[in-house]
Design a binder for this molecule. Structure first.
Ligand SMILES: [Zn+2]
Ligand SMILES: [Zn+2]
Ligand SMILES: [Zn+2]
Length: 254
């Protein structure tokens, strides 16, 4: 059966609701509650902030997108980006998005995979984005919030909505997949409730194992380049519940 259809089955809906209630309809990473209007979702910094700065790209093996570095306002910024040096068009508008979260809520590194390899990625090293943290704090205008260390993206202006926290959207994420087992038929410990933004972050920094019938991890799959593994596209939620058209809701391409 097409994954798109599996996500619409009563069995999945039932499992999904069971996990949502177990997790008190709260993102287990950032504490975001469904319909939570009190939490400022994200901070957008527009192009003028960095248009005269030189962008340099680098890669960290433990994190999926590229890392882009630039200096502006006397600060050094490091962001995740799906852009490369080659497709960076000087004419387009870009935004920097910072995910704001409740203070001291996130336990880094968050374990979003059944594999117990707590991998520390570039963004979790002590001195990275030190000055940006303070900048975000001032900009956020709310002392109960802080910058999500792994939630900083540099993205085309037109795609910024994909990084916004949706008040109606909580996702139930699989910490692993199992061959020949239905997506609703795994043990409850293998699922976790995440908001749409944390879900993206988890697929960027965790490898999700795919187990065969003997319980052996036989492959990792790269998240879909369109939905980044989250299966949903927020801007299309009015069509087909927003299921990603590129991977048909699989979250992976193959
Ligand atoms: Zn979250
Ligand atoms: Zn997931
Ligand atoms: Zn997709």
């Amino acid at each position: 059966m097409n994954y798109n259809l599996l996500l619409k089955t009563d069995e999945w809906k039932e499992k999904r609701n069971e996990i949502l209630s177990r997790d008190n309809k709260t993102c287990q990473r950032c504490g975001f509650l469904q319909n939570d209007k009190t939490l400022t979702p994200s901070l957008t910094i527009e192009k003028k902030t960095f248009e005269n700065s030189k962008l340099t790209f680098q890669k960290d093996q433990k994190i999926l997108p590229n890392i882009v570095r630039f200096e502006s306002l006397g600060l050094v910024f490091y962001c995740k980006t799906y852009l490369t040096e080659d497709n960076l068009k000087s004419t387009e508008n870009y935004s920097m998005i910072i995910n704001l979260v409740k203070k001291k809520k996130i336990e880094y590194p968050f374990q979003g995979s059944l594999l117990k390899d707590t991998r520390t990625n570039f963004f979790l090293t002590e001195t990275v984005n030190e000055s940006l943290k303070k900048y975000a704090q001032r900009k956020a205008n709310d002392s109960s919030l802080e910058m999500d260390l792994e939630g900083i993206w540099f993205t085309p202006f037109s795609e910024r909505i994909e990084y916004a926290k949706l008040t109606k959207s909580l996702h139930v994420h699989h910490k692993c997949y199992r061959k020949n087992q239905d997506i609703w038929d795994q043990n409850n410990e293998e699922y976790v409730t995440l908001c749409n933004v944390c879900h993206k972050i988890i697929h960027e920094s965790n490898q999700i194992p795919f187990y065969d019938s003997k319980g052996i991890n036989y492959k990792f799959r790269k998240p879909c380049t369109r939905c980044k593994g989250t299966r949903y596209l927020p801007q299309y939620s009015y069509v087909d519940n927003g299921i990603c058209y590129k991977c048909n809701g699989y979250g992976y391409l193959n």
